[in-house]
Design a binder for this molecule. Structure first.
Ligand code: FAD
Length: 388
């Protein structure tokens, strides 16, 4: 086992575990404050990877996420590569399309490329001389008493690193959180919903978007639904959300076409018969989990943010946005308590747990809203609570 001492100078060392969306943004926040920041990420550097494995190809970025990006000077860069979506576009069975605006005229959410957003944030974090990015570092274990972390490398070696503060941004299946689970009075619940999701692509038509681009397209079908978000390369990424047991009943290419003919007929010429038959079987449907826990901190040593603290189902489009907001809320509390971590961490838990739990509940509520109520007149009365 190799031992390394990462304490440079007198400044406190902050270890951000996870270099995903929230970890990379958080690194910028801590670096801006002058901490010695080390990011530890399991994966290779995605900026050099040919294929970036991730959960969804694109994401909806909304106001709360933009505010957090703005604080580290990243808003304009990200917004310039996003596609505004002013309204939902509801596709009926007959192929009729009806828009439902997200807000007042001029208000919109943005479709952004997940991989690009992650790359830009990593590059921004690296611009700070007091930040170091460590890829191929998988957290195995850590001590809440000493802050000593053990990382596994892909060559089989292990590295130990000590930090003053450990920030767990390592996603829904957080290794940092495991240490919390061993402690008394830690509340934890996780729920897998019966639905899975699968991504399909609508290619450009004659070099242009095959559907109107400035919309989040929705095909609500009560017990399941499909959505499509636009990408800069003029494709749309469709996501089919459906109970696993329904995914499993479709086993041949012809059955895929029959199913789409019955429920999403207008999408078949857009995706293409051959692509549909092929892509449906490319990857199995992915599971979705909702995680709630509290507290979010241990003493003055460790804090959880992003999906590590609150993985939510994606139907409210707020998982990343809420994770980004975690960073700005933490930063404000750091100002309030003069960076005294023994006061900041409990206050962060006190302030943030109720809000993140509310987002998780709203996301679960919208799980039904989007696939069923959006179909009904009743939706008109509910839409003001959607996308707060
Ligand atoms: P992650 O993105 O999961 O990143 C965690 C990082 O930690 C990863 O890079 C991982 O490799 C690394 N890691 C894991 N374990 C370790 C370890 N042991 N050691 C070191 N590193 C580790 N949110 C929105 O706001 N808008 C949307 O439109 C939206 N759409 C979604 C659609 C789908 C289908 C899904 C599934 C989610 C969607 N979300 C959306 C939610 C969003 O993807 C998450 O909330 C967001 O990715 C959380 O970011 P994170 O950095 O906390 O976690």
């Amino acid at each position: 086992m190799e031992d390394s001492n990462h304490r440079l100078g007198q400044k406190k060392v902050v270890a951000v575990v996870g270099g995903g969306l929230v970890g990379a943004l958080n690194a910028c926040y801590f670096a801006k404050r002058g901490f010695e920041v080390e990011v530890f990420e399991t994966r290779e550097d995605i900026r050099n990877a040919k294929v970036v494995k991730g959960r969804s190809i694109n994401l909806a970025l909304s106001h709360r996420g933009r505010q957090a990006l703005k604080h580290v000077g990243m808003e304009d860069k990200i917004v310039s590569k996003g596609i505004p979506m002013n309204a939902r576009m509801i596709h009926s069975l007959s192929g009729k399309q009806s828009p439902i605006p997200y807000g007042k005229k001029g208000q919109y959410i943005l479709s952004v490329d997940r991989a690009n957003l992650n790359k830009e944030l990593l590059t921004e974090a690296e611009r700070y001389p007091n930040t170091k990015l460590n890829f191929d570092h998988k957290l195995q274990d850590w001590s809440a008493e000493t802050g000593l972390m053990t990382f596994a490398r892909s060559d089989g070696s292990k590295t130990q690193v000590q930090a003053d503060l450990i920030v767990g941004c390592d996603g829904a299946f957080s290794a940092v959180r495991k240490q919390f689970m061993r402690r008394s009075r830690f509340n934890y619940s996780q729920t897998y919903i019966p639905h899975g999701y699968m991504e399909l692509t609508i290619p450009p038509k004659d070099g242009e978007f095959a559907m109107k681009p400035n919309f989040l397209h929705i095909w609500p079908r009560n017990t399941f639904m499909m959505i499509a978000l636009p990408n800069l390369d003029k494709t749309f990424t469709c996501t089919l959300f459906m109970p696993f047991e329904d995914f499993e009943t479709i086993t041949t290419g012809n059955e895929v076409i029959e199913f789409f003919q019955k429920y999403f007929p207008d999408s078949i010429p857009l995706i293409g018969v051959d692509a549909l038959k092929r892509d449906y079987f490319r990857l199995p449907a992915q599971a979705m989990v909702s995680v709630k826990c509290s507290p979010y901190h241990i003493g003055d040593k460790c804090v959880l943010m992003g999906d590590a603290a609150h993985a939510v189902v994606p139907f409210y489009g707020q998982g990343m946005n809420a994770g980004f907001e975690d960073c700005i809320v933490f930063d404000e509390i750091m100002n309030q308590f003069n960076e005294d971590l023994s006061a900041v961490l409990p206050e962060y838990t006190r302030v943030r747990v109720p809000d993140d739990h509310a987002i998780a509940d709203l996301a679960m509520y919208n799980y039904i809203e989007m696939r069923a109520h959006v179909n009904s007149k009743w939706f008109i009365f509910r839409k003001h609570v959607d996308n707060l």
